[in-house]
Design a protein around this ligand. Structure first.
Ligand SMILES: [Zn+2]
Ligand SMILES: [Zn+2]
Length: 238
């Protein structure tokens, strides 16, 4: 419902302009052909377990060299693309307080493009990685939630962003080592009381995967609350 209102308002406010590069588009698409082609083209083969780039003929039955020794709480990860070029630019713009509409539009584009892949998951529920309230307060919206709402809407699957909570405010992860990240995020997530996760397959959505620690800790919280499977979908792999 909310999405429909946003879409309607956008069509009124910005008829036929690409939401990313602002060139004119001939129809009511949210992105121009150049941007959507750049966003949807992932030229790499990827590891089905962690979504890293891999060589074309690599044996991936136990994952790739990057994830083979890792124990994950999620079953697998798929992605829209690599964190570079247009996708990187869009992800950065999405993080601005004004990025909500861009995130909605990108979520719709992604859900439409990868619909078969999303459906294969047979998810019972779609959940985004939550922001801690203090960051939410600063940014005013959660970009992963904007994406997951568009995806759940397209799949007609329940969207339950309140079922997972970020209970610890953790600093930005980029400057930390792998071990520090893991320690830093232990216990950062908790399933909400009353979240009906028992036996459920969860499609967990995030914008960027860097090491997988955040997604792993969030998956742990979901599994501890009874989720049978967690499948992760990320916009961009870093
Ligand atoms: Zn464009
Ligand atoms: Zn891998």
């Amino acid at each position: 419902m909310l999405l429909e209102i946003i879409r309607g308002l956008r069509e009124l406010a910005f008829p036929s302009i690409c939401i990313h590069c602002h060139t004119l588009v001939p129809d009511s698409s949210h992105f121009c052909t150049t941007c959507s082609t750049a966003l949807l083209a992932d030229p790499h083969s990827t590891c089905p377990r962690c979504a890293s780039n891999v060589g074309a003929f690599m044996d991936l039955s136990k994952g790739c060299p990057r994830c083979r020794d890792e124990k994950y709480q999620f079953e697998r990860v798929f992605r829209l693309g690599e964190y570079e070029g247009t996708l990187r630019d869009v992800v950065l713009s999405m993080k601005q307080p004004t990025g909500a509409m861009l995130a909605e539009c990108l979520g719709l584009l992604w859900a439409q493009h990868a619909e078969a892949r999303f459906r294969e998951v047979r998810a019972d529920v779609v959940i985004p990685i939550p922001l801690h309230w203090s960051r939410y307060w600063k940014r005013r919206y959660n970009q992963s939630q904007a994406l997951s709402e568009a995806i759940a809407d397209r799949l007609k699957v329940a969207h339950c962003p309140r079922w997972l909570r970020r209970v610890l405010a953790t600093p930005e992860q980029t400057s930390l080592s792998g071990t520090e990240r893991r320690q830093n995020l232990r216990g950062a997530f908790r399933a909400a009381r009353g979240a009906d996760l028992k036996g459920k397959t969860v499609l967990l959505i995030d914008d960027v995967l860097t090491t997988g620690t955040t997604l792993n800790e969030a998956s742990r919280a979901l599994r501890e609350a009874g989720a049978a499977r967690v499948i992760v979908a990320i916009l961009a792999h870093r």
